[in-house]
Design a protein around this ligand. Structure first.
Ligand SMILES: [Zn+2]
Length: 67
């Protein structure tokens, strides 16, 4: 009985670790592909942010001006 519970816990831990690894890998992929949001540097709402910054800030060009 106790062995069954230990085994179930082991399996659950393995599954959790695997899920965490998969989620972390997915997060890295999503970050390198860019995520929508507000740029940390210029504050513009951009469809693709990498490391929290838009392409303009990363390139050092500055955001396109909105008039
Ligand atoms: Zn920016």
């Amino acid at each position: 009985m106790a062995d069954d519970i230990d085994r179930a816990n082991e399996l659950a831990d393995e599954h959790l670790n695997h899920s965490l690894r998969a989620a972390r890998a997915a997060a890295v992929t999503a970050t390198s592909a860019g995520v929508p949001g507000e740029c940390e540097e210029c504050g513009e709402d951009m469809p693709r942010l990498i490391d929290g910054r838009c392409g303009y800030c990363r390139d050092g060009r500055g955001p396109r001006s909105r008039t």
